[in-house]
Design a protein around this ligand. Structure first.
Ligand code: GLU
Length: 283
């Protein structure tokens, strides 16, 4: 079993990250195999070297170890553009110039009534007919979901986590109506989107089991589809519960009060952290 923890260095790790990393580490170690750290740092505006250093310090303090050097997405742009080129060759990609306001206007729906999928607002398709040759600087690149879904029959994945047990099927209707034309290269920066980078890396690093928070369960359908289109293997998935604060709110990186570093500085031990998130002590 090869597992990974794949944070984006955009802020301090909190208890929820600690849980995810320790669970992935413990599962790989229990199987006598490997746990990897990967830094998902394609968003150059939000990722900072100091967060990256703190991530490694926090994880080392927790008693985790992993092979080095770690994979940093920003160092492998060619791997992601090669994947994008394959999708372009399949004629599945189109340029999109819509900003958020354009999308809302096209949906002509009130703020609270817009259809949402795991990748945000479901795109109304305004630019779908534009050929790639019309791509202007700053345009995003989107996946034509109807065409893509038609190429990918019988998508299914194995979920080993406790929240959504069982094999799951992903239907073309769900892909088109529940997710829509996802962005694979971002507006203005052209940065490769998470969904594309994550499937490329999970395959390149031979990840057998993706252990991550339940907030990404719905996005797994997108990953399955991209794996099929790119001829990549699909790992097993294990989506775990999210660690919430005392008021039941999901922890976010901006909630500095829950940052692992603060627990460390306050004298807590890694064993205390394990107890706080209900994980058995390290063997
Ligand atoms: N980089 C993603 C995050 O920080 C995690 C991706 C994943 O585990 O698939 O939320």
């Amino acid at each position: 079993m090869i597992t990974r923890f794949a944070p984006s260095p955009t802020g301090p790790l909190h208890l929820g990250h600690a849980y995810s990393a320790m669970l992935a580490h413990d599962m790989a170690r229990a199987a006598g195999e490997q746990f990897l750290l990967r830094l998902e740092d394609l968003d150059r505006e939000r990722c900072k070297p100091e967060w990256e250093m703190l991530i490694e310090t926090d994880l080392t303090w927790l008693g985790l170890n992993w092979p080095r050097p770690v994979r940093r997405q920003s160092e492998h742009p060619g791997d992601y553009t090669a994947a994008l080129e394959r999708l372009i060759a399949l004629d599945l990609i189109y340029p999109c110039r819509c900003n958020r306001a354009d999308i809302r206007a096209a949906l002509s729906a009130p703020q609270e009534g817009v259809p949402l999928g795991p990748d945000g607002v479901i795109y109304p398709g305004t630019c779908r007919a534009r050929p790639l040759t019309e791509r202007a600087p700053g345009d995003a690149l989107r996946l034509n979901m109807a065409k893509a879904a038609a190429l990918a029959e019988d998508l299914q994945f194995t979920e080993t986590g406790p929240i959504h047990p069982g094999p799951h099927h992903v239907s073309p209707a769900h892909l088109t109506q529940g997710i829509g034309d996802v962005v694979l290269a971002r507006r203005s920066t052209g940065a490769i989107a998470y969904h594309l980078a994550v499937v490329v890396d999970d395959a390149l690093q031979g990840i057998s089991d993706v252990i991550r928070g339940a907030d990404l369960f719905e996005a797994t359908a997108i990953h399955l589809l991209l794996q099929r289109l790119l001829d990549l293997p699909s790992p097993r998935y294990h989506h775990h519960q999210l660690i919430r604060d005392g008021a039941g709110k999901r922890l976010a990186k901006r909630d500095d009060a829950r940052a692992l570093r603060l627990y460390r500085e306050a004298g807590k031990t890694p064993a205390d952290i394990r107890a706080m998130v209900n994980l058995p002590s390290a063997s």
